[in-house]
Design a protein around this ligand. Sequence first.
Ligand code: MEV
Length: 423
Amino acid sequence: MRTSRISGFYNLPMDERLKIVREFAGLTDEEVEVLREGKLPREVADHMIENVIGLYSLPFAIATNFLINGKDYLIPMVIEEPSVVAAASNAAKMARDSGGFEAEATDSIMISQIQVVKVPDLEEAIRRIMAEKDKLIAAANEMDPLLTRLGGGARDLEVRVVGTEAGPMLIVHLLVDTLDAMGANTVNTMAEGLAPTIERLTGGKVYLRIISNLADRRLARAKAKFSKAAIGGEEVVEGIMWAYRFAKHDPYRAATHNKGIMNGIIAVALATGQDTRALEAGAHSYAARSGKYTTLTNYWVDDNGDLWGSIELPLAVGTVGGVVRVHPIAKIALKILGVEKARELAMIMASVGLAQNFAALRALATEGIQAGHMKLHARNIAMSVGASPSEIDEVVERMIRERKINVERAKQILEEMRSGKKA
Ligand code: MEV
């Protein structure tokens, strides 16, 4: 059976892990080689941005145990920070015990903004724009016939008045379903294309014509139950609830809380070739939508004393176009996920964000995060001195117990174990 529930994955040598992923995702020899070496061809890099002189690599890892809407996923994550992948896998395991994550996402509606200033008569300008709304939408759709043919395109148009110290501005929002693309290029083209007509209709002057990264019409949501028994009992549930209330009511804490969520989301975004800055901008501006910056997740306790968590945030991600089209590893990451649709990718990323946040709160409300970090550090040292999967746990445990986490001590412990000497 194809399952993402793989115990002891972290103890396996790298190539063994790769073999498991290869079988899970049906990767070809060539894809395995690309992943192994982390290759981005120099000529591809040279066409991606300007002034390229080299490449920059990061670890590509897999979070296990994710069950989302009843489907098993191995989650590709690219990140420099230790503990993130282990924490996500661990949280996913606990959620899995109660059925995994339930996730959903809206259509891929992006907002394109057109800024009009010095409008002589605001009411009249709004009336004229609204009278021409259908024609403006049709004109926008002519700018991307392929998107329209595939079932996407401009859907609606809204007008807002925003006051400034130099007088009011008229802000036109064009709402566009960009389907499986992130959509920045499409909506920017449409905004630029409509601008002259908007200028004529309003009698004002158009300045900016650009996407809004507060993509609040393109939301992803996920929810999961973390049973009291699976997560360590009533006291842990209570600790997590207090951690949640801290973030809900204190922006200083909310920033760190949401940073933890984005640890997971951005790691998947990097692996799959997304615009990570757009995602960060969307998440944090959404977290401040009430006028007060707060948490992107919510937690509550049900009648049985079990903990539930949920997340809602904008996730403007694409499975076609952009980096996905050119970066060989991003393509492989999508293949590992088995995902073709942007909505499905958004649902996965929301689930990973929730898992990451739950794991952080659980650690913070109990032993703190340093213990986990030290364990991982010790595990890396044990592996680096050649401990086998069956030896790692003991080497780690002894180094932590002795509070001597270094290569020298790991070597000694390993020698002692192999020569039959007891701790
Ligand atoms: C560290 O990268 C992330 C955490 O600080 C998140 C949190 O505090 O919730 C552990």
